[in-house]
Design a protein around this ligand. Structure first.
Ligand code: PLP
Length: 456
């Protein structure tokens, strides 16, 4: 039997899955009792599982399916490229048309002098590239001791040894010997949780100035770069106060520190521009990209690098690369994705309509008694669950319990929404319609009601 086309019943699939498939970020013991959700197919913003249940996917997979599911042109672009040239590498002075075309397209889309692309297979790999690239840059300029990278607590930059070290998730650092040396973390700009009595603007400055204090503590001659997600995604869709990024930019400029914007979630229309750096006025030397680059249809990531850094790196042999750096099929799929985003005006539509509609509807969730704050930026949103919005209080018991309960009610009501602690977050496909946004918010409200009853 062709197991994929004519699959066995769900319970059998779940048993096989639990027996043989090791999942990322999953407690496997729990899967044995419960079984994983088995997703069979998807179209637009809707997922369907093997039992025929539909879910509105408010997370666009893992923040990536910007153009929505089921686009035939993407399948055709992949098939065409596989027939023409399924694989060749870009090592040792070799190249091919899809890699050339995609690098050119990205250079055209990216702001300022971000004109050079180093391809990877994922965001994690791209951030590993960035660690080696910024250290090599300073070594080439005669400053090998300038090798420290400063990041933030509760940041997410990937799961490899390098990118996981850049990330600031303590539960990840507890496993496998992270972080690697010479990565330092400052506090995050999460006003709701950590802002105390300060206004968001005061708090944004205070958190940004931790970067300056850290640079002064370590010595600017030791610090290579600062990395940050323009908007923290996996940390809970944390929209920084308006004062934060301008101050970070000032500090990096003043101390001659390279600035890396990890745009893996935020790029390709998520905030209504091609890159969130444009939305927030950040001028990075390097941008990390992945996810929305191919809308998740093919695994591809990369680093978009400015002229100044690329000139130095291109002066040596950068002893770095992946078998799938610039893989022809993934490049062809990414190019088709960018064509769809551009020609169908999807990014403009987010800026001119959908983000505002989502913001208006999402804000209504702020009236729910379980919700302290409902915020969006572009097509990313968060609601903070709290027993007391006035005091920005936490629930008694373990952080995340109420979030988990709410998430389970979402699933039961046909909505995929993620929880990070007691924050519920969304990042739907950019092509979501107004009617689908209405459904999303209705289902979220029902889930909040059910969770509220359970925890009262
Ligand atoms: N950077 C950010 C900001 C991310 O959100 C992620 C993944 O969620 C990554 C990097 C890692 O990307 P990947 O999972 O493709 O390795």
């Amino acid at each position: 039997m062709n197991m994929i086309a004519n699959h066995p019943p769900t319970s059998e699939l779940q048993a096989l899955d639990a027996a043989h498939h090791m999942h990322p970020f999953t407690h496997a013991g729990e899967l044995k009792d419960k079984g994983a959700r088995v997703i069979a197919r998807a179209n637009g913003v809707t997922l369907t599982d093997t039992d025929g249940n539909d879910y509105l996917d408010a997370m666009a997979g893992l923040w990536c399916v910007n153009i929505g599911y089921g686009r035939e042109e993407m399948a055709e672009a992949a098939a065409r490229q596989m027939r023409e040239l399924p694989y060749y590498n870009t090592f040792f002075q070799t190249t091919h048309v899809p890699a050339i075309a995609l690098a050119n397209k990205l250079a055209q889309l990216a702001p300022d002098t971000l004109n050079h692309v180093f391809f990877a297979g994922s965001g994690s790999e791209a951030n590993d590239t960035n660690i080696r690239m910024v250290r090599t840059y300073w070594a080439q300029k005669g400053h090998p001791e300038k090798n420290i990278i400063i990041s933030r607590k509760n940041a997410y930059h990937g799961s490899s040894m390098g990118s996981g070290s850049l990330g600031g998730m303590t539960f990840m650092h507890e496993q496998g010997g992270l972080p690697i040396p010479d990565i330092h973390h400052i506090d995050q700009p999460h006003w709701w949780a950590e802002g105390g009595d300060m206004t968001p603007e005061e708090f944004g400055l205070e958190r940004a100035r931790q970067l300056e204090a850290k640079i002064e503590e370590l010595g600017a001659d030791r610090v290579a770069a600062f990395i940050g997600e323009p908007i923290q995604g996996a940390g809970g869709v944390i929209i920084p106060p308006s004062t934060y990024w301008p101050e970070i930019q000032r500090i990096c400029d003043k101390h001659g520190i390279l600035l890396i914007a990890d745009e893996v979630i935020c790029a390709f229309g998520r905030t209504g521009k091609w890159f969130a750096s444009e939305t927030l006025g950040i001028r990075p030397h390097i941008m990390t990209i992945a996810k929305g680059l191919s809308s998740g249809y093919a695994p591809i990531g990369g680093s978009i690098v400015c002229d100044e850094v690329a000139e130095v790196i291109n002066n040596c042999e950068f002893a770095h690369g992946y078998t799938y750096s610039g893989h022809p099929m993934t490049c062809a799929v990414a190019l088709e994705n960018l064509r769809i985003l551009e020609e169908e005006g999807i990014v403009d539509n987010v800026a001119n309509h959908t983000a505002a509609y989502l913001a208006k509807k999402w804000a209504t969730l702020g009236d729910h008694p379980l919700v302290g704050e409902a915020s969006t930026i572009g097509m990313m949103g968060a609601i903070q669950l709290t027993p007391d919005a006035e005091r920005r209080a936490k629930f008694a018991g373990n952080e995340g319990d109420v979030g988990l309960i709410t998430r389970e009610h979402c699933f039961k009501n046909g909505l995929v929404m993620r929880h990070v602690g007691d924050r519920m977050i969304i990042s739907p496909p950019l092509v979501i319609t107004d009617a689908e946004i209405d459904t999303l918010v209705e289902r979220a409200w029902i889930a909040l009601d059910l969770a509220h009853k359970q925890v009262e």
